[in-house]
Design a protein around this ligand. Structure first.
Ligand SMILES: Cc1cc2nc3c(=O)[nH]c(=O)nc-3n(C[C@H](O)[C@H](O)[C@H](O)COP(=O)(O)OP(=O)(O)OC[C@H]3O[C@@H](n4cnc5c(N)ncnc54)[C@H](O)[C@@H]3O)c2cc1C
Length: 763
């Protein structure tokens, strides 16, 4: 028993002092992905999160879905899931939790972090102070955990501030901005009119409702908003409210853009509760929503999701032009692809649209310099703190993009620690390549980047495969797509457009227009160049449509064979799923302001173009097509490319479906000692993996090889698995093995999908 006597002096808290290589402040998606990336490189990391679970705005406390360049699959960014740790997390969550239960997502994150022996996780631990060893160096951060009444001092060589509001960067004295730049500062034509539109995004609080199966009454709290229709006219707009909508669908319940989004956060929270409970009162008691009779409020957020506050000064500020023109940067380490998405500062009370979104034609690179503090020598600025103008931030702020950039921070931190250098030292063009190379080896995609060596000792090996897909046919299934809107097959061609045959049927004699399109920028998937078009007669009944473009000579790249709208005609579909081949549709996805095309006014510095986007499985099948000659874009030599997804070519080796035991072999001139193998499988980087609420058709991606084995030249099995669902498989041998050759034998994922591999690294 403890029986303490009265103390004349005040007591002190228990205090712990700890030293790490890297301290990551903030356990949102940026902080989590930064910490895991750094820890896997072997440095000691503390991850400090002030709340009880990880995820930040994506945690079950706020319940935002983690989005990024795939943009709900509603823009032209094909195969654009970010890669690296954020990809691993989303693939894992889809596997374990494809229904999108937010509570389960929390535990996916906790599980991932606890699995890293180099991370010490401090939940419920609030950083409130810092110390510097000199004007430009942070020596430690101070934190307090009210749950265990312990005060901590975390000293470190490096700090990554991923805390959203930038507590450490702020206290360290680093330069920052809040609000919007004037148009003139960076010639950003989309910069808002500050008075009329406002210059800051507000907070939101979500709610979930539940059908209880019997009538439920509701008595609103006194503080709830009373005159809802009058002050929130948007509630009457179609699509803004419906029973069954919850969580992220209420992103427009936004408030605070006109006040201080840091110091007035509590006031903003009360206002948002007022709004939420008032709206629920209106739904339950106005008599206008009889369909809500059996519904109860199942959950209301108690922590508002914060969109915007401080942005800190880095060595480069990302601007609108970087986003829209997809400017390349020698030090690109991450990319974005969400639209520039600004909101009226009056939020829920504004009569304007809840958001104003404009997409670029493809993904845009983000330079390393945006993540390196300009003022403090040992500080990285991660997540939404990164150096971006208000307009560019409108895109870069989403969580996959935040996390992807923070992975680059984690990698850079590890390199700094190992080489005893500072973050800014890696801004040098030759130095940054080391970070880029190391990131790509984790599966991080960096657009427009070309490195001249990839694969470790695999690059020295002679590569062969038991078979290579020669795609002469995407076989006919039992369904048809009616041409209510245009459809295209997105196909990799090498030198010429083959003769293409579709099966169609029509109820009347008619015609259909077929176009061949491609992207003006060959790494994009916006079909903004029409190369050729022809009109074809279609007779009544079923027939084969022969599309012949007279062997049109072309450059290697992706091409859209577009069949334009004609609701009289149906085109046969296929059940086959082949890596690097897909169908897209010129249709609408209003959730991301896709109305078939983007047509901005000329004065906002944004491009006009059409959207051709996929449909989610089980819809969005390939069309049944025959090619003469066959497509030959699936060679085993593709495994030498550092691009681990389809861009310009498939970049994949794909087996022939008839091959009963597909394999890839590597043969070395002299024996090699190897301790690790990394395999990069196809988990459908085109599929947006919203972590909450939406639900997904597949838990494991249908393109992904589940079963494979790796054998040496003597038939010794070095590794095998039957249960893979992940993109990157990292196989480490406790004792290095000596081999002359390796054979990786795979099972086809299904009868519809041939085995495929995007790359391998062997060291
Ligand atoms: C309503 C709303 C809708 C949005 N819609 C989307 C969307 O649909 N999809 C999407 O991807 N993005 C969306 N965003 C943007 C996105 O959520 C944020 O930009 C993103 O969360 C930024 O990631 P982050 O890791 O930098 O910050 P956060 O997610 O805010 O994480 C920061 C973490 O730091 C912790 N922290 C803060 N201070 C301290 C401290 N002193 N000590 C220790 N820890 C601290 C916080 O608890 C938090 O967990 C939306 C934002 C809001 C608010």
């Amino acid at each position: 028993m403890i029986n303490e006597i009265f103390s004349l002096d005040k007591r002190s808290l228990q205090r712990k002092e700890k030293h790490f290589d890297l301290v990551v402040i903030g356990g949102g998606m940026a902080g989590v992905c930064c910490a895991i990336t750094a820890a896997r490189q072997g440095i000691k990391v503390a991850l400090i999160q002030d709340r009880p679970v990880l995820g930040g705005n994506a945690s079950s406390e706020v319940r935002l879905w983690v989005l990024g360049a795939t943009s709900h699959m509603g823009n032209n960014n094909r195969w654009s899931r970010e890669g690296g740790v954020i990809d691993e997390i989303l693939v894992e969550n889809t596997f374990r939790n494809r229904e999108g239960n937010p509570v389960l997502f929390d535990m996916v994150l906790v599980d991932k972090v606890l699995a890293e022996k180099n991370i010490e996780l401090y939940l419920n631990t609030i950083v409130f102070d810092i110390e510097k060893s000199d004007e430009k160096t942070i020596s430690l951060v101070k934190a307090f955990n009210p749950q265990n009444q312990t005060e901590y001092q975390f000293s470190a060589d490096l700090f990554a501030d991923c805390s959203g509001d930038g507590i450490v960067s702020y206290l360290s004295g680093a330069a920052y901005r809040i609000g919007a730049e004037d148009k003139e500062e960076h010639l950003e034509l989309f910069a808002p009119d500050k008075n009329e539109y406002g210059e800051l995004l507000g907070h939101s609080i979500f709610f979930y409702m539940k059908d209880t199966g019997k009538p439920v009454s509701y008595v609103a709290p006194e503080f709830a908003l009373k005159n809802v229709e009058e002050v929130i006219p948007k509630i009457m707009n179609p699509g803004y409210f419906s029973t069954g909508h919850h969580g992220c669908k209420y992103w427009w319940l936004e408030y605070g853009g006109r006040i201080d989004t840091i110091h007035d956060t509590e006031a903003i929270k009360y206002e948002l509760w007022k709004v939420v409970y008032g709206i629920w009162d209106y739904i339950k008691n106005s008599g206008k929503y009889p369909e809500a009779t059996n519904y109860t409020l199942e959950w209301v957020g108690v922590i508002p999701g914060k969109r915007e506050s401080r942005r800190f000064k880095g060595h480069y500020m990302l601007t609108q032009q970087d986003v829209i023109e997809q400017r390349n940067h020698y030090d690109a380490v991450a990319f974005g692809g969400w639209s520039i998405d600004l909101h009226p500062a009056d939020g829920v009370y504004s009569e304007k649209n809840g958001c104003n979104q404009w997409h670029s034609k493809g993904v845009y690179p983000i330079p390393y310099r945006t993540y390196v503090s300009y003022d403090i020598n040992n500080l990285f600025i991660g997540g939404r703190l990164m150096s971006a103008s208000h307009v560019a931030f409108g895109s870069s702020r989403v969580m996959c993009t935040s996390a992807h950039g923070a992975q680059a921070i984690g990698m850079a931190a590890a390199m700094c620690v190992k080489s005893k250098r500072k973050p800014a030292d890696f801004i040098e063009p030759e130095e940054i390549k080391k970070i880029q190379r190391a990131l790509i080896a984790t599966g991080q995609y960096i657009p427009q980047l070309k490195l001249n060596s990839f694969g470790g000792v695999a690059s020295k090996a002679m590569l062969s495969a038991s078979s290579v897909l020669s795609l002469s046919e995407i076989s006919k299934g039992d369904t048809y797509f009616r041409l209510d809107y245009p459809v295209a097959m997105l196909l990799p061609f090498e030198k010429s457009v083959p003769h293409i045959l579709f099966d169609v049927k029509s109820t009347e004699a008619t015609t259909i227009d077929v176009q061949i399109r491609t992207s003006i920028k060959n790494f994009n998937f916006t079909p903004d160049a029409i190369l050729f078009q022809k009109t074809f007669d279609v007779a009544v009944g079923a027939q084969t449509l022969e599309v012949d473009f007279d062997e049109l000579g072309i450059e290697k790249g992706y091409y859209f064979i577009c069949i334009m709208k004609n609701p009289l005609v149906e085109v046969a579909e296929s059940n086959d799923l082949i890596s690097g081949v897909m169908s897209v549709y010129n249709y609408q996805n209003p959730a991301v302001s896709n109305y078939g095309a983007q047509r901005p006014t000329e004065d906002i510095g944004v491009d006009s173009f059409e959207f051709w986007c996929p449909k989610r499985r089980p819809q969005g099948k390939n069309l049944a097509v025959k090619f003469e000659p066959a497509l030959e874009s699936f060679q085993v030599e593709n495994l030498r490319s550092e691009i681990l997804r389809p861009v310009i070519g498939t970049n994949a080796w794909v087996a022939d479906m008839k091959d009963e035991s597909p394999s890839v072999s590597l043969q070395w001139a002299k024996s090699e000692r190897i301790s690790e193998i990394k395999l990069f499988f196809d988990t459908d980087a085109d599929h947006a993996m919203e972590n909450v609420q939406m639900g997904h058709h597949d838990s494991a991606m249908p393109f992904c090889v589940k079963e494979y084995s790796i054998m040496d030249e003597n038939g010794v099995v070095l590794y095998e698995t039957k249960n893979n669902h992940q993109t990157v498989n990292h196989i480490q041998f406790p004792v290095a093995v000596q081999v002359n050759s390796l054979k990786i034998t795979m099972q086809h994922p299904s009868v519809y999908t041939p085995a495929a591999l995007f790359g391998l690294i062997i060291n």
